[in-house]
Design a protein around this ligand. Structure first.
Ligand SMILES: NC(=O)c1ccc[n+]([C@@H]2O[C@H](COP(=O)([O-])OP(=O)(O)OC[C@H]3O[C@@H](n4cnc5c(N)ncnc54)[C@H](O)[C@@H]3O)[C@@H](O)[C@H]2O)c1
Length: 259
């Protein structure tokens, strides 16, 4: 694959999971626009096809490839990350955007429900990062962008499992930022608030959701919903040399919803 684009990501090789929808797709398109060579990975093939069509429309399709992966499956991750790094000829930036949101009353949350959210969000982030680390460390300036959420730090009723995975991702990010900083790796989290995406269009809230409680604990003093491009722009800054002194931290992107 050619890696000769101009811009902040010219010559940079990038893997974006969750690249078939929402924020992952917007990030893949933004980093392509800024010159990067991108592999978009997702469990949903139709979503990847749509991302590829959008890149073609934007004139950046030649620097995009796609790969299907289930980030909760170790063998699938090994194969997909191997394919991506071989195709790109290395890896400079990993964006771990793939994730799922499911809601339920905690007292009714089954172990199966809990385990699936942990397997995709937390274990999936670990598996993709672990497989990508050798290539990222080989560059001496690799970057990992992980996805937390405001739910990791602020009360989000009915989302205990999801929130727990996002808190775990923050801790995981701090640990690897510290563990590999001497080898040039930067690891950061974005913590979006309400972003219009596949996930928030159908959060699967319980039928008897207390919207008064939801409203109180997730105050609407911010700017409501934003588009996924907002988060993509912040990721472009964090993952580029403009973010060179930023590591082991979270950037909250919530329009001031939580202050
Ligand atoms: N939308 C928000 O308001 C919001 C807020 C905070 C955090 N986030 C986080 O942002 C990230 C992106 O979510 P989004 O809002 O774009 O949602 P989205 O549903 O539009 O995109 C998520 C993508 O992940 C993919 N995916 C799901 N399970 C997968 C698996 N096992 N393997 C590979 N891919 C898988 C889906 O197919 C989808 O394309 C997620 O980590 C989410 O938790 C979103």
């Amino acid at each position: 694959m050619g890696t000769t684009g101009q811009g902040r990501f010219g010559g940079r090789r990038i893997l974006v999971t969750g690249g078939g929808s929402g924020i992952g797709r917007a990030t893949a398109l933004r980093l392509l626009e800024e010159g990067g060579a991108v592999v978009a990975a997702d469990i949903a093939e139709p979503g990847l096809e749509e991302t590829a069509a959008l890149a073609a429309e934007a004139g950046t399709g030649a620097r995009l490839t796609t790969v299907t992966v289930d980030i909760a499956d170790e063998a699938s991750v090994r194969e997909a990350v191997g394919t991506a790094t071989a195709g790109l000829g290395g890896l400079d930036v990993l964006v771990n955007a793939a994730g799922i949101l499911r809601s339920s009353h905690t007292e009714h949350t089954t172990l199966e429900f809990w385990n699936r959210i942990v397997a995709v969000n937390l274990t999936g982030t670990f598996l993709v990062t672990r497989e990508a680390l050798p290539a990222l460390l080989a560059t001496g300036k690799g970057v990992v962008v992980n996805f937390s959420s405001t739910s990791a730090s602020f009360a989000h009723p009915y989302m205990a499992a999801y929130a727990a995975t996002k808190g775990g991702i923050q801790s995981f990010t701090h640990a690897i930022a510290s563990e590999y900083s001497k080898r040039g790796l930067r690891a950061v989290c974005v913590a979006p608030g309400s972003i219009d995406s596949g996930m928030t269009r159908d959060p699967g809230l319980p039928e008897d959701t207390d919207f008064g409680l939801l409203g109180k604990l997730t105050p609407a003093i911010g700017r409501g919903f934003a588009g996924p491009e907002t988060v993509a722009g912040a990721i472009a800054m964090l993952a580029s040399d403009d973010g060179a002194f930023i590591t082991g931290t979270e950037l909250r992107i919530d329009g001031g919803t939580h202050m």
